[in-house]
Design a protein around this ligand. Structure first.
Ligand code: URP
Ligand code: ZN
Length: 454
């Protein structure tokens, strides 16, 4: 069994920090303590660095087809970009095909993920709900899929309120969770028409068609549906102050509500739709105003938001600009899987908005607990050796082209970033060393257990 001894670093967990060494034996953390020795072990010097549990990205779309366009990143490229950024596990959305079963979707995603360079698990996106799907839920759980997604939007994916209600009832019985994409589809379709009729057809029309209330109404509706179903629920990619308020109201009523936001809703605003490359920022929900980003930062600080996922759903500028004259057809989504850690460190920790411990909670520990990964999210004896050695001294700038993903653009191009994942271990093996890939293809499927809502 191979051993690695990480010396001289500061271990950061969600619960606190200490200058400690970390001994890894095989694929597990064997010991954490001061002045550890391990004759024969490979030594990694973490002097001046933080030793963090590997990051978990709760929201990626690798190899997703949207309206005939396939994302620029598949598992091969997306998982490499993830690992370079310190993300040791992605939870990607396996998506039920029209008329297809959940089992077929799961097999399809397993096949796509073969050879991935970071670990991975799957949420199952349920595109239609019926008795057959209901009967498939326990077999999903047996196969390690313990969370689901339902969309209130998109042709071919949208489910209705009754279907969400039934799915919430059934998934709650299995201690599993449904994440919901909350926007009011009927209203936004009509608003798209209104915006177009007013003569606005370019990317700047996108946020006008989906103002904050489009999300907030849908969040409020989900909260009441979950209340009726007596089920916990999860809001994916929360983007507005008003949506946050609705979720907090439900929590105040005693409901179990879990919230995810994304770096783009913390760091970018709808002013970007006026840029020459405004199509790049077309994603749903759209970018918002500074008042929303501020509300989300405060919610992170106070622990009201549980997780940060990237919603990595990358399209090339050619794919996007093809429809630049009709914002309603621009493929929705943006790249981000590589930069979540750097962005949260730079604009969260270094700017004094959150602590390093909170960063670990948001990037790793909370997701591990909620999504049934008890062996992950903490540097402690017995835990999986998915570890990031984070070098805070690094400084760089994200550009459209200096990224590892397979997309020719980044919504964060021009952002200065501090810190980087210097070394990344995946189940005890060095995948990234000195900021470069050492071994690709080390990713493994994470068979998740039931969700922990406490
Ligand atoms: O615009 C986005 N977010 N595209 C990805 C699919 C989704 O809505 O999560
Ligand atoms: Zn998404």
């Amino acid at each position: 069994m191979s051993s690695i001894l990480i010396k001289n670093g500061v271990v950061i967990n969600a619960s606190g920090r200490a200058r400690q060494d970390v001994l890894i034996e095989g694929d597990k953390i064997a010991a954490v303590g001061q002045s550890l020795t391990a004759p024969g072990a490979e030594m990694l010097d973490a002097e001046g660095c933080f030793v963090l549990p590997g990051f978990i990205d709760t929201h990626t779309h690798f190899g997703l087809e949207v309206g005939g366009a396939i994302t620029a990143d598949n598992f091969a490229s997306g998982s490499k970009a993830a690992a370079l950024g310190g993300t040791t596990c992605v939870l990607d959305f396996a998506t039920q095909a029209p008329g297809g079963s959940l089992q077929q979707a799961l097999q399809n995603w397993h096949a796509q993920a073969q050879g991935a360079s970071c670990n991975y698990g799957f949420h199952m996106a349920i595109a239609h709900w019926d008795e057959d799907v209901r009967q498939e839920l326990p077999t999903m759980v047996e196969q390690g899929v313990t969370s689901f997604k339902m969309y209130m939007v998109y042709d071919g994916l949208k489910v209705d309120d009754g279907q969400i209600y039934s799915a919430l009832q059934e998934t709650a019985k299995l201690d599993t969770l449904v994440g919901v994409h909350c926007e009011n589809w009927e209203v936004l379709l009509r608003r798209i028409r209104e915006v177009q009729l007013s003569g606005i057809t370019g990317p700047e029309g996108h946020p006008l068609s989906r103002p904050n209330a489009v999300e907030a109404e849908a969040v409020a509706r989900l909260m009441r549906i979950a209340e009726l179903a007596q089920a916990p629920c999860y809001v994916v990619h929360l983007s507005t102050a008003e949506g946050l308020e609705e979720a907090l109201r439900a929590r105040a009523r005693g409901q179990k509500v879990f919230l995810e936001t994304c770096p783009q809703y913390l760091l970018l605003t709808d002013a970007r739709y006026g840029d020459a490359d405004g199509a790049k920022f077309v994603m749903s929900p759209p970018l918002r105003k500074a008042v929303d980003t501020e509300a989300l930062w405060q919610a992170l600080q106070s622990g009201q938001i549980n997780t940060i996922g990237t919603d990595h759903c990358s399209f090339t500028m050619a794919q996007k600009n093809k429809f630049v004259q009709d914002f309603s057809k621009i493929p929705n989504g943006a790249a981000g899987v590589q930069h979540r850690g750097q962005l949260l460190y730079t604009y969260g920790v270094c700017e004094g908005r959150i602590t390093l411990e909170q960063m670990v909670a948001l990037l790793s520990a909370n997701a591990a607990k909620l999504f049934g990964m008890p062996d992950y999210g903490e540097i402690a004896p017995g835990k999986a050796a998915d570890v990031v050695i984070w070098d805070p001294a690094y400084e760089g700038c994200i550009t459209d082209t200096n990224t590892a993903h397979n997309c020719d653009n980044s919504p964060y191009a021009g952002f200065i970033v501090k810190g980087r994942a210097k070394d990344v271990l995946l189940h005890g093996e060095l995948a990234v060393q000195g900021g470069s890939f050492k071994q690709a293809g080390l990713g493994k499927y994470i068979h998740r257990s039931r969700c922990d809502f406490d």
